[in-house]
Design a protein around this ligand. Structure first.
Ligand code: MF3
Ligand code: CO
Ligand code: CO
Length: 287
């Protein structure tokens, strides 16, 4: 039977306090049927400071990887670099034991899209492209970012994939304005990937982050402008487009339950930043 359900208000004003400009905008959008955040997704100044500090360490970890990554190294060696550096600086690698993930970082080589598990038997070779995805917990706050590394020289087509994936993150960031929608970001990302002959993975997305590893909203990397959740000042989230050379379909390796691979086994590339929405625009917390 069809159920009638009253859609409750998501945005709650604070009793006795005058309406802020933000209250008015959010309430107006909610009246127009737009998806809006609840108050818990808007970080306090104290939380933002904590996430900012986690972001600084997370960037230092990625810089440490950048300084040491080379052909002949195993992805387990990258895990050791990340784990030891993070813990030596007072942080915790968030992936370790997260929903059973066995390592401290995700290392995704060539046709692996994301969530690759570091392995001593997986040796980096000239021409490989690898995503290293680092998430750091510092004093309880989370920051999440990833970069691609090209081992030596690769083919022109794989280099283009790496470059276009980075541009997709950049156009996504450029689309972020206060009170924009998640769909505004995804629209620009997919447009840029398609223009270059590539596709965008649909099964995995960016996410709210900061007080936990994965929070609302989902940041999808395709879609229509004006759809998805409204993004307001104080929200912290990732953009992390996965761009495929071939088809966008992916599957999860049955043996380990984690490794996401392109269905056609053509290469994939991904870059990720943690971002803070402000009144002026978006600030990258993982530079
Ligand atoms: N860092 C990934 C992300 O960008 C999530 C990895 S989950 C893990 O959201 F368990 F594989 F680490
Ligand atoms: Co990540
Ligand atoms: Co992420």
């Amino acid at each position: 039977m069809l159920q009638m359900k009253k859609r409750g208000r998501v945005w709650h004003t604070i009793a006795g306090e005058p309406l802020t400009e933000m209250d008015k905008i959010i309430m107006g959008m909610e009246r127009r049927g737009k998806k809006v955040p609840h108050r818990g997704l808007i970080k306090t100044p104290e939380q933002i400071e904590g996430i900012r500090r986690a972001g600084v360490l997370n960037t230092q970890v990625l810089d440490h990887v950048a300084a040491h990554i080379r052909a002949g190294m195993s992805t387990e060696d990258i895990n050791t670099l990340v784990h030891d550096y993070t813990t030596a600086h007072g942080g915790i690698p968030a992936p370790l034991n997260y929903e059973g993930f066995p390592k401290s970082v995700c290392t995704s080589v060539n046709e692996v899209v994301c969530h690759g598990i570091p392995d001593a038997d997986e040796i980096l070779e000239e021409g490989d492209i690898i995503n290293v995805d680092v998430t750091t917990i510092l004093d309880g706050y989370y920051a999440d970012a990833s970069r691609m590394f090209v081992i030596g020289q690769t083919t022109a087509q794989k280099q283009k994939l790496v470059d276009v994936a980075k541009e997709c993150l950049e156009v996504g960031i450029a689309a972020c304005r206060p009170y924009c929608f998640v769909g505004d970001i995804g629209y620009e990302i997919a447009k840029h990937a398609h223009k270059n002959g590539f596709t965008v993975v649909r099964d995995l997305c960016g996410h709210g982050v900061g007080n936990a590893f994965h929070e609302d909203p989902d940041i999808v990397h395709y879609g229509k402008r004006g759809t998805g959740m409204l993004l307001v000042p104080g929200m912290v989230f990732t953009i992390e487009p996965m761009v495929n050379m071939g088809d966008w379909h992916v599957f999860v390796d049955e043996d380990d339950g984690w490794t996401v691979v392109t269905e056609d086994e053509l290469p994939s590339a991904q870059w990720e930043h943690t971002l803070l929405m402000t009144d002026e625009g978006v600030e990258i917390l993982t530079y």
